[in-house]
Design a protein around this ligand. Structure first.
Ligand SMILES: CC/C=C\C/C=C\C/C=C\C/C=C\CCC(=O)SCCNC(=O)CCNC(=O)[C@H](O)C(C)(C)COP(=O)(O)OP(=O)(O)OC[C@H]1O[C@@H](n2cnc3c(N)ncnc32)[C@H](O)[C@@H]1OP(=O)(O)O
Ligand SMILES: Cc1cc2nc3c(=O)[nH]c(=O)nc-3n(C[C@H](O)[C@H](O)[C@H](O)COP(=O)(O)OP(=O)(O)OC[C@H]3O[C@@H](n4cnc5c(N)ncnc54)[C@H](O)[C@@H]3O)c2cc1C
Length: 649
């Protein structure tokens, strides 16, 4: 164990194990998670030490080998794909496996939108992996605008079949995970046509490849879309269908019927699978940022560089600027942990209502999940980059561990709903509630009360240590943004602009409003979650400091908003900044212990900078020696070098 990390751990003022159990939910949950992880990490198939020395094809092949291992493990341990245990195993691999979409979207779409008869037929095949499916919705020409998708499913009454067709090049399905080479089925989003009329997007089960030899079926043109930023294990694919016929029974009809068309009670019920993933992504944002913070904090405690006082080369974690970069990332990771818990609670509640036939809450769930998905993924992507940059040159090495998860996580600003679009969807719901405050859900209850101008009676740094005053500050900031934007929208329509054009004209203000609302929700949920949790006073002292840092840092980061709202003045902003410096100092002694409480196994982080023992330099050198270029002392390309050296300029 590197001496600096040992010393850091000895200085901690709270019990790390207590925080590990609190973040896991209980001691039993911690034990279960570690047991599941051990099954993976002790299996050499899940190795990744040579990850950046193998080709895309080898990466994909490894992905299938890992899939086989994971499936065999689940079968041996009787772990179901829709279980929390599977979700834990899946995140522990920290990479998307080729059959990933089969589990997170193909099966859930059938489960959520199939009739009882269709579920009886398809779920056993899918859960036993007799078929492997993906969720094929996005097309070359459209990903966001679902009503603009071009794939057609035309009902042929005479044969009781649908004819599924890609009429144009832009209608080719493009991006679905596992589509290129892995899956032999897909749930296809297509415009339903029957008796010459279009009834909008519905979901259809289509077989793509033979179950005997995996060759594409007649009318199916299919393949991998090529290399991307990340998701290298996943064969995101393209698919063109040339009048492929499928049985009538292959349209998912829990909520709509094709023959003598019966529409769904709420057409957006077809969008339900996407909502479920957006909910998961809020917690994923916490995991990713916690992993990045662990690497950066441990490395910063070991890395000694330059001098504060002559002759003393301190750990870079002693620099206030380094603390100002990193401690808010720890705070954000914990804030998003509690936001993810909230999202799952709300999702489970709405799902049970939907299964009882009450669809009214799906609009609220969409409004909340779309906003939090965008806010938490945007913030965590930026936070990972702050952590990486805080590690200097070694942060730029693959040995740091950052790239392996960051390259997948970058996509979270786009997949499952492009973030700007998601913000605007959430804003659509927010402004509806602003206009009808009585219909506002609990998360927007502050819209119900008259907007009275408030002054923040904060006179000292201690006043910015109060959860209630901080929550009120974020509430007033959001209200100020929302009410001024609502006024702008009203003026635009008053002077003759139609609602849609007015919405577009005000969309930058609308974006600021929904972001301020999401930020308010995260702060409030974070502090209320801590208030409801039982913990020892030493731990509560640490968790309070971290939560106060999250809120005060948020005010400093958006000081203009708080000043513009009239709720705060310049002197109070300076009190907030003084509070931040005081909190950085208070958190410094526990920084390493707090990231230890995220409890990442070294085999999850796979980082020479973030390993638990802090033995950074030996790991970096060991990793470098793995470089293929070092297989020989003089590389075989020396012949070219020699000519360069001998050539005359
Ligand atoms: C550690 C972790 C590591 C790595 C990461 C882990 C996992 C990665 C996970 C996933 C990544 C893998 C795969 C990604 C898969 C995909 O990307 S699948 C494709 C995703 N695509 C989208 O999200 C498309 C986005 N577009 C839309 O959803 C819609 O087009 C739209 C909502 C933007 C607009 O839809 P429209 O039909 O045009 O609606 P509208 O006219 O705008 O009206 C909006 C009304 O509809 C309601 N509504 C919209 N969506 C929903 C919904 N999902 N649920 C309920 N209600 C919805 C909305 O509320 C409006 O209602 P009104 O009452 O106001 O009319
Ligand atoms: C790694 C990865 C995996 C994926 N996996 C799948 C999958 O398994 N299945 C699947 O079906 N899809 C998948 N996708 C596709 C993904 O869902 C879409 O890319 C995503 O929905 C965004 O749609 P788009 O690409 O059309 O972007 P666009 O919507 O074209 O975005 C381009 C720009 O237009 C802006 N814009 C678009 N509409 C509006 C608007 N109304 N108002 C303001 N601005 C707007 C956006 O903000 C953005 O800046 C995946 C994508 C990635 C990156």
């Amino acid at each position: 164990m590197d001496a600096p990390l040992l010393k850091e751990r000895e200085r901690a003022t709270f019990n790390v194990t207590e925080l590990i159990h609190l973040l896991n939910g209980s001691e039993e949950e911690t034990k279960r998670r570690k047991e599941l992880e051990s099954w993976l990490y002790n299996n050499p198939v899940f190795r990744q030490d040579d990850r950046y020395q193998i080709s895309r094809e080898e990466v994909y092949e490894r992905g299938l080998q890992k899939t086989r291992e994971l499936v065999n493990l689940c079968r041996r341990k009787n772990i179901k794909f829709d279980s929390l245990d599977f979700a834990r195993l899946n995140i522990s691999t920290l990479e998307e496996l080729p059959f990933f979409l089969h589990v997170i979207m193909f099966i859930p779409t059938i489960r959520g939108q199939g009739t009882e008869e269709q579920k009886r037929k398809w779920l056993p095949l899918a859960e036993d992996l007799k078929i492997l499916g993906t969720y094929a919705q996005t097309e070359l020409g459209h990903g966001t605008f679902l009503r603009g998708l071009e794939t057609k499913a035309t009902y042929d009454v005479s044969s009781r079949e649908f004819i599924v067709n890609s009429p144009t090049i832009t209608s080719m399905k493009w991006w679905p995970g596992g589509l290129g080479k892995t899956c032999n089925y897909a749930v296809i989003a297509a415009q339903l046509y029957t008796k010459g009329k279009c009834y909008g997007i519905h979901m259809f089960i289509v077989q793509l490849r033979s179950l005997e030899d995996h060759k594409p079926l007649p009318g199916v043109t299919i393949g991998d879309i090529g290399n991307k930023y990340g998701f290298h294990t996943v064969d995101n694919g393209f698919l063109r269908l040339d009048n492929v016929r499928i049985p009538y029974e292959n349209m998912l009809m829990r909520y709509a019927k094709a023959c003598d068309y019966i529409p769904p009670v709420n057409p957006k019920i077809n969008y339900g699978t996407m909502t479920s993933i957006r909910v998961d992504l809020v917690k994923d944002a916490s995991v990713i940022l916690a992993a990045a913070s662990t690497i950066a904090i441990r490395y910063s405690a070991v890395r000694h560089q330059t001098e504060i006082r002559p002759g003393e080369e301190p750990p870079v974690l002693d620099y206030i600027t380094q603390q100002f970069k990193l401690f808010p990332q720890i705070a954000t990771a914990i804030a998003f942990h509690f936001a993810g818990d909230y999202m799952h609670r709300i999702y489970d509640k709405v799902q049970s209502e939907i299964f009882d036939g009450h669809l009214s809450a799906i609009t609220e769930l969409h409004g909340i999940s779309a906003g939090l998905k965008a806010f938490t993924t945007d913030t965590s992507i930026a936070g990972v980059e702050i952590c990486r940059r805080a590690c200097g040159g070694h942060g730029y090495s693959n040995a740091s561990g950052f790239q392996r998860f960051y390259e997948n996580w970058l996509g979270s600003a786009t997949y499952e709903g492009e973030n700007t679009v998601m913000y605007l969807q959430a804003a659509r719901y927010l402004f509806k509630c602003y206009d009808n405050p009585k219909e506002a859900p609990e998360t927007m209850s502050y819209l119900r009360y008259p907007q009275n101008k408030m002054e923040w009676n904060v006179k000292s740094a201690d006043d910015v240590s109060n959860y209630a005053t901080l929550i009120t500050a974020f509430e007033q900031r959001a209200l100020s943004k929302i009410s001024s934007t609502a006024k702008k929208l009203k003026n635009l329509t008053h002077y003759g602009m139609n609602r849609n054009d007015a919405w577009n004209a005000a969309s930058v203000d609308i974006l600021h409003s929904i972001k301020a609302h999401c930020h308010y929700f995260i702060v409030k949920n974070y502090m209320q979650s801590l208030n409801h949790l039982k913990m020892s006073s030493p731990l509560r002292q640490v968790m309070t400091a971290v939560a106060l840092l999250y809120a005060n840092y948020g005010i400093d980061e958006h000081a203009g908003d708080f000043l513009e709202s009239g709720f705060m003045n310049g002197k109070q902003i300076n009190l907030v900044r003084a509070k931040i410096l005081q909190l950085l100092k208070e958190i410094r002694v526990n920084a390493v212990a707090i990231v230890d409480s995220f409890d990442f196994d070294d085999r999850f982080l796979r980082s020479a900078l973030g390993a638990y023992d802090g033995n950074v330099y030996n790991r970096l050198f060991k990793w470098a020696k793995l470089s293929p270029l070092n297989k020989t002392e003089v590389h075989s390309s020396y012949k070219y070098l020699r000519r360069i050296l001998q050539s005359k300029l």
